[in-house]
Design a binder for this molecule. Structure first.
Ligand code: SF4
Length: 326
């Protein structure tokens, strides 16, 4: 149970000093017993997560991780992008956990609740240190999800890791429309820069995948727009496209609808209707988008699939791996 404005007991002693302040953003250190966390939820296609930071300066208005800042004592959802926590963990422990992950055969997902290449990475390099530890554990399966072309800084390291294991860089792009995304993802890099990074990674032999997520109802769900995105990602060398309709979990529901009311007021009633049932858009809408996205992805040359299909396909293997590991 989170008490508004009060850090959860497990976090009180871990929150450290302010280590930097820039652009109205405060950075604090956060001691972390484990940077590599086990995930026992068989609904996810990966078995381990690494989030080098808590909070994310990119500030996407739909970010489902925003409410997790409540555990750190932040009652105002805007603080997710203004108060960034920089994790610190023991290097030996990091390698030991990655070896355990390798034994399990399951993917380590880097950046499930924060962007590992947000601006803080340029100053603190936590993601870089995680990848350096990954290099010491050959044979690991790693997935990295980002909206930032800064991932290409680690291109040589990623190539090395790919040569002895498996790496997939999931580049998250909801639309090619930079002006629209600037309103919705205020500090995230432009989509053309993300596509250029995808092409650079591909040319260097690092596998990439398009995360066309979230599909934002009435904003990025146009057929021509999605088709242009899929084609651009395919041209940039992405091996696969995965999509998912906007999901509004917990407090993100109210936060995002308030944003829609302010920025796109003509859409508010339609959003209220579509999300009347809670976190998911109504099933008929999701089915329509799924059918369209699959058709467009195939037309662009992808073996495209929705996020749910990916999970369903990988779930039996996940279950078996969990049974063997635990
Ligand atoms: S980049 Fe990802 S983690 Fe960061 S605010 Fe956007 S959705 Fe959230």
């Amino acid at each position: 149970m989170i008490k508004p404005g009060v850090p959860a007991p497990g976090f009180v002693k871990r929150i450290g000093a302010i280590v930097d302040e820039r652009r109205c953003t405060e950075f604090r250190s956060l001691d972390s017993a484990e940077l590599v966390n086990r995930l026992t939820d068989a609904r996810m296609p990966f078995g381990w997560t690494v989030n080098p930071y808590r909070g994310c300066e990119f500030g996407c208005r739909y970010c489902y991780a925003r409410p997790t800042h409540g555990y750190l004592g932040h009652a105002n959802p805007e603080e997710f992008e203004q108060r960034i926590y920089v994790k610190r963990a023991d290097d030996g422990r990091l390698v030991a956990r990655l070896r355990k992950a390798r034994e399990s055969g399951e993917e380590v997902a880097i950046g499930t609740a924060t962007d590992p290449y947000q601006p803080a990475e340029g100053r603190f390099g936590v993601t870089r240190s995680v990848l350096e530890a990954v290099r010491r554990v050959p044979g690991l399966r790693v997935g990295i999800t980002t909206k930032s072309p800064a991932v290409t800084r680690d291109l040589e390291l990623l190539r090395e890791i790919a040569a002895s294991g498996e790496v997939m860089v999931n580049v998250s792009i909801a639309s090619k429309d930079a002006a629209l995304l600037r309103r919705i993802e205020p500090r995230a890099p432009r989509p053309d820069l993300r596509l250029a990074a995808m092409a650079e990674l591909t040319a260097a032999g690092v596998a990439t995948r398009l995360f066309a997520m979230p599909v934002l109802p009435y904003l990025t769900d146009g057929e021509a727009e999605l088709e242009a995105l899929f084609h651009a990602a395919r041209e940039a060398g992405a091996r696969e496209a995965i999509w998912n309709v906007l999901f509004l979990r917990g407090e993100t529901h109210g936060f995002f609808l308030e944003f829609i009311g302010r920025e796109f007021p003509r859409l508010l009633a339609r959003y209220r209707e579509l999300y009347a049932g809670g976190a998911s858009a109504e099933s008929a809408y999701r089915a329509r988008i799924g059918e369209m996205a699959e058709r467009l992805a195939l037309r662009a040359g992808f073996p495209g699939r929705s996020r749910d299909d990916r999970i369903a396909a990988e779930r039996p293997a996940r279950r078996q791996q969990l049974e063997l590991t635990w």
